[in-house]
Design a protein around this ligand. Structure first.
Ligand code: SF4
Length: 408
């Protein structure tokens, strides 16, 4: 198996360099991937431009929220994509103005700094879950002081061995909270149930298309490389602010994959890997996977293409059920169900867990899951990256490369 042409990423100065590389060097043959990368790289700036013109927009996790936000005519702006901008200035603000310790979670420092630097920008709303993570809760309080309107709902934890009765209680609780979010998004005016229903249907259609692409990739593992795969998946949570364009790109990509050159076809062209956890802000990690001829064919993160919203339920209950059955809302045993599903689908030989430096929560969970995989003879690698811009450390790249090569 041959890897792609070697490019020294130490020459890259910004995330935009990775975007350009992904579009022009890795995928010169794919018009659809080029469009996807353009959509991703312009997302935050597009949202800010629209907000300047009067479009309501709100920061959020952008994982399950798309139908609710679009249904309430609010553009969802993914925190992760704001954090990706993570300029040195933002980190410096977090450390020097807010006195966030350097060893704290890099996601929070990066976001806090960006929000502070953008306090005079037009996007002033933010919806987030109060969670087990106190640091995250504290950041919400801090940005409130900078003039942001914050809505916090209680994050729901699905316990181990959760009974149907308990699950029903959790869905009910979250449904009530979603009413509060809808009120917040609509400034207390009535929200449009039918509009949310249409958005649920649209998201389900997009999920089907992404699933089709991921299925096609199993036989064509080298066509869509790792960074583009991440954006393909995470786009389900927000459409990069432009739903029609994102969905059109999915159709174009399906068409390209179905009709691609024979040189892309063959399971043995790359080493199948399942990616679990964060979305990897350090794009160099994806680059390392590609250069060692790995292919992220399985994905277990906040966005998922193997389950859909139940359109037979009342709309807010449907959103609540989707959230609660997700990979992020409870005990690790629930996540293992999705990991097993992806391992089975892709026949992956290895798993990469990605968490953020300073986050003990994901670190502990990943170790629990790794122990389980190890007992079953499945190799895994756990890596922690930083949220802010900049090339990953040489050590991180070496570990990823060694892991993928070890699987070969
Ligand atoms: S990455 Fe971990 S520490 Fe950081 S906000 Fe999330 S849960 Fe909290």
């Amino acid at each position: 198996m041959e890897g792609e042409t070697f490019v020294d990423i130490r020459d890259f100065k910004s995330q935009q360099d990775y975007f350009d590389y992904c579009k022009n060097v890795q995928h010169p043959y794919s018009h659809a991937v080029g469009r996807l990368i353009d959509l991703a790289s312009s997302y935050i700036f597009y949202a800010e431009e629209q907000a300047t013109k009067g479009q309501k927009a709100s920061y959020c996790g952008a994982t399950w929220e798309a139908p609710l936000f679009y249904g309430c005519n609010v553009l969802p702006v993914a925190n992760t994509e704001l954090g990706r901008l993570g300029s040195r200035q933002a980190i410096s603000v977090a450390e020097n103005h807010f006195l966030i310790p350097r060893e704290a979670c890099s996601m929070l420092g990066s976001l806090l700094g960006e929000w502070y630097l953008r306090k005079d920008y037009p996007i002033k709303m933010c919806v987030g879950a109060s969670s087990h993570c106190e640091a995250q809760n504290m950041v919400s309080e801090l940005i409130k002081n900078e003039g942001y309107k914050i809505y916090r709902y209680e994050g729901i934890y699905r316990p181990p061995h959760c009974t149907e009765e308990r699950r029903a209680q959790l869905v009910k609780n979250l449904t009530r909270q979603l009413e509060g979010i809808a009120d917040f998004l609509c400034d207390g005016k009535p929200w449009d149930e039918e509009a949310i229903r249409r958005e649920i249907h649209r998201n389900n259609e997009a999920i089907d298309k992404v699933k089709r692409i991921m299925d096609l990739r199993i036989e064509r593992p080298t066509y869509v490389k790792s960074l583009a795969t991440m954006y393909l998946m995470t786009g389900l949570g927000h459409y990069f602010g432009r739903p029609d364009e994102y969905i059109d790109i999915l159709d174009e990509l399906i068409d390209e994959l179905e009709n691609c050159d024979a040189s892309f076809i063959g399971r043995d062209l790359a080493m199948p890997i399942v990616w679990i956890g964060g979305r990897g802000q350090e794009f160099g990690v994806y680059h390392a996977v590609d250069q060692c001829n790995g292919a992220l064919l399985g994905w277990v993160g906040d966005n998922c293409c193997t389950r859909k919203y139940d359109e037979s339920l009342p709309v807010l209950e449907s959103l609540a059920a989707y959230y609660i059955d997700g990979t992020w809302s409870g005990a690790s045993e629930h996540k293992m169900k999705y990991i097993n599903e992806q391992l089975e689908l892709t026949k992956a030989k290895g798993v990469i867990f990605y968490g953020y430096v300073g986050c003990s929560y994901s670190g502990v969970e990943h170790e629990i899951l790794r122990a389980d995989l190890k007992e079953r003879g499945i190799s895994s690698l756990s890596i922690q990256g930083t949220f802010q811009v900049g090339p990953p450390s040489g050590q991180l790249l070496t570990r990823v490369s060694a892991f993928v090569e070890m699987l070969s």
